[in-house]
Every structure is written in C-alpha cells, then in structure tokens.
Design a protein around this ligand. Structure first.
Ligand SMILES: C[C@H](O)[C@@H](O)[C@@H](O)[C@H](O)C(=O)O
Ligand SMILES: [Mg+2]
Length: 447
C-alpha cells in the first residue's frame, strides 16, 4: 500500500443550492451555496484518497484551478515518500518558489493545499485501515510532530515542547478513547438560527432540537440590532436559563461597534461572540476580548484565520478565548496539529468550526484526537454541528444525544457519493443545468 505511487489527481467543482432556502445565511454571507472543491487522488494500486475544501459558491472554480496548479507537486510521489517526512511534503506544497507568491499559506492557494492534503491524510488512514482520528491517536508522538512545519511558530511552541505536551497527555488516554466510543464528543447546533430564517422557523427548529436533546445553540447576529434582540430573546426563552447560547456576527462590525452591540446583547448571556470583526484584526480582537471580560463573554474565532502564524498571534495577544479550528481553511491535519498543540500550551479550549458541506465529517476526527491525546478536558469544549448535506457522503457523521460518535470507517470521512458529485457538479450537473436554465428564462422574461 505505502509503495503505491500517485498517478492522477481529479478535482471537481460541486455546489449545493442552499441559498434557495437561506440555509447557512449570516450577516455577511446572505446567499451561500455550500460547495466544495472535491479532490480524488488515485494511485497505481487500489488505494485512493478523497479530500475537499469548503466554499460558499461563486469562486469555487478558482480553487479548482489552484488545486490543478499544485497537482504537479503531488503526482509521481508514493504515499511512503510523503508520510515519512510529511512536514517536508507540506513545505513543498506551501513554499513552491513561484506559487508561494500567490499566498503564502493563505487565501485560495491555501484552500487548495487543504483539499489536497486532506486527500493524502485520507489515503494514509485508509492504507492503515483506521479512521483518521485513530491513526492520530495511535501515532507515536515523534512521528506526529514530524508532520508539522514548525517554521514561524517556534517562538510560541518548540518541537520539544510539543513532544512534552503529547507525552504528558498520554496518561488516561485509553480511558478517554473508551469514553468517546461510548458517549461521543459534545456538539452544539447552528441549524436553528441562520440569519435568513423567520422567527417561526427558528422556534420550530429550536423546539425540535430541544426534543432531540440539544443543549447548546448558536444564533446568527450582526445585521440589525433590534432583530438580534428579538431573536436572542426568543431563543433564550425557549432554551431556558441553563442551556448554552452562542452568538456569531461573521465579521460584521468595527471594534467599537462590536463592543457596544455585544453589551446590548449581554442580557441573553452568550458564552461567546464569534468573529465580531475582521478575521485579520488580532489587536482588534484583543481589545474586544478585554472589553467583554466584565460581561463574562468570550471571543471565538478561527473559521477564516489564514494559518498557524495568525493563530499563534491570537493566542500570544490573548485575543481569543475559544479557538475555532477549521479542517479546510488551513493546511489540513498538518497545520491543525500545530494549532491544537499551541492551544494546549496556552490552555485555550478548542471548539471547531463545522457545518457547511463536509466540515463536520472532517473536523470530528481532529477534535476526537484533541480530547484523547491532548486536552483531556471537555470543559467549555464542544464541536459545531449543522444538519445539512450529510446524505452526500459515504460515511456521514453519526450524532447521538447531541454528541458526535467516533467514525469507524477507515479514512477521513469525506468521500462523496459519485451520484452526488455528478448531479451537483457545477455547472453541468442535472441540478445546476435546471437551475441555470430556469434563471436564464427568468432573465429573458424580465428583459
Ligand atoms: C456562510 C456560513 O454558513 C457561515 O455562516 C458559517 O460557517 C458560520 O460562520 C458558522 O460558524 O457556522
Ligand atoms: Mg461562524
């Protein structure tokens, strides 16, 4: 298996028309069509790897182009060559002497890197016949840290420190793995309160979620203060004082505006405000965090944080209280391992960003590893869950009593059904052909 040579990389633009029903809408993304650049890596043996990166519709074709540009760095390598010195392979992809100019390690090119590396990790886990979380949990700490590119972060975390953290966390690992297999990892839901949902829809979804055992809820805010007050009050009333509420502004505000807006919403006792301002504004987040201390509200961010270097600075500047890793924004497992280890060192809880399409499938593996092999704590920790589009995956997430149950199939859980890839392929799949045709006839009609 490990000698298999990569001979082909296929990438597809797959889009789901979620905007038609306002699923996924927030204060900045009013019409997201949840989409992926979907990668299949083929070898000269039976082994394949499946990976993806997430987008919200238009522009996915640019990510597809970036994946194609990087593919020449992958084709011809064997799995063995890649994983014996994985950080060198990571660096090859992220530091190509010409292509790094269109990054480095950020934006479209980094999304493309994530898609490719997710496929390689999937392939590795399949070659070991293990789900990815188990591959990570069983891996010798020395081998694990050889997957990480420590360049630019050694002022916050050295290889030796990373190793010490992993060695120290070995105590109680088996018990934690058993606990996860039995109980699963705690989740919260964002499915009830997208910004484009009516109050009626919000109430219906919220009472259904309560009946299913959900106890943690996230609400979209940030477009209109009076709407936010009404919606937060409605949901707080429905979930009662004991359950947990989080709010998410998706980067809508300036720093001062954020503080005053959140101060008004403080009466609804949110645990965190997510992405209050520009995802690049580390010092702005630090100022907001400081201002919110007296209100007992933390700042969460990360779904659009470019890379480990930025996470390092967020942590160094005490600019966030919840680290939201994302499986498709940064350089896959390699870079997320660095971020998880830094969060462990700074003792900041990790609460992954998920949802979209495929993000839950992927990130559950990382948070299981975080609990079993690193943090050993569930305090203030939970993983986002959104109940959309799981039916398009061969090994969809399993949620029981508002917990993620550990995946059992080998791999990274993001292989999609061929039929879905065909049907939702953009723009030639059946679904898009008919949407675009209809749109075309409407456009003609209006002319
Ligand atoms: C456009 C997307 O649905 C976002 O609103 C979503 O990722 C969100 O920020 C979240 O935290 O789930
Ligand atoms: Mg968010």
């Amino acid at each position: 298996m490990f000698k298999s040579k990569i001979v082909k990389l296929v990438v597809n633009d797959v889009r789901f028309p979620t905007s038609l029903e306002q699923h996924g809408s927030d204060a900045m993304h009013s019409d997201p069509d949840y989409s992926v650049a979907y990668v299949v890596v083929e070898t000269d043996a039976d082994l394949k790897g499946y990976g993806l990166t997430f987008t919200v519709g238009r522009g996915t074709e640019i990510v597809v182009c970036a994946v194609e540009a990087l593919s020449s760095l992958v084709i011809g390598k064997t799995l063995e060559e890649i994983v014996t010195d994985f950080s060198a392979f990571y660096r090859l992809l992220t530091s190509d002497g010409q292509m790094r100019w269109i990054g480095p390690e950020k934006g479209v090119i980094h999304l493309a890197t994530a898609a490719i590396l997710n496929a390689i990790w999937d392939m590795w886990a399949r070659a070991e016949s293990k789900p990815l979380w188990k591959l990570l949990v069983d891996m010798d700490p020395r081998k694990l840290i050889r997957c990480i590119d420590f360049r630019y972060i050694t002022d916050a975390l050295t290889e030796q420190e990373a190793l010490d953290i992993l060695e120290k966390a070995k105590a109680g690992k088996e018990e934690r793995e058993e606990q996860m297999l039995k109980e699963g990892y705690p989740a919260y839901t964002t499915s009830c309160a997208w910004l484009g949902y009516s109050d009626e829809q919000l109430s219906q979804l919220c009472s259904a979620a309560l009946a299913e055992g959900w106890t943690r809820f996230k609400v979209k805010v940030g477009a209109d203060l009076q709407d936010d007050i009404r919606r937060c009050s409605l949901i707080r009333k429905m979930i009662g004082p004991e359950n947990t509420l989080m709010i998410d502004a998706n980067q809508r505000w300036n720093v001062g505006e954020a503080v005053s807006w959140i101060t008004t919403l403080a009466e609804f006792r949110p645990l965190w405000i997510e992405e209050p301002t520009s995802p690049d504004d580390i010092l702005g987040h630090a100022a907001i965090s400081k201002a919110l201390v007296p209100l007992g509200i933390g700042v969460a961010t990360g779904e659009q944080c470019h890379n480990r270097v930025m996470f390092k600075q967020f942590l160094q500047a005490s600019a966030l209280q919840f680290v939201q890793i994302d499986s498709c924004r940064v350089g896959s497992v390699n870079e997320n391992l660095a971020i998880l280890l830094m969060a462990a060192k700074f003792k900041v809880p990790v609460c992954p960003h998920a949802g979209g399409v495929g993000l839950c499938e992927l990130v559950q593996h990382l948070i299981l590893f975080d609990y079993i092999s690193l943090s050993a704590s569930l305090n203030n920790r939970m993983c986002e869950y959104v109940d959309h589009l799981h039916e398009h995956f061969r090994s969809p997430t399993v949620i029981k009593n508002a917990h993620y149950m550990p995946p059992t199939d080998p791999g990274f859980s993001c292989e999609m059904l061929d039929e879905s890839v065909q049907k939702y392929g953009f723009p030639h799949g059946d679904v898009w052909r008919s949407i675009l045709k209809q749109k075309g006839s409407q456009d003609n009609f209006s002319e």
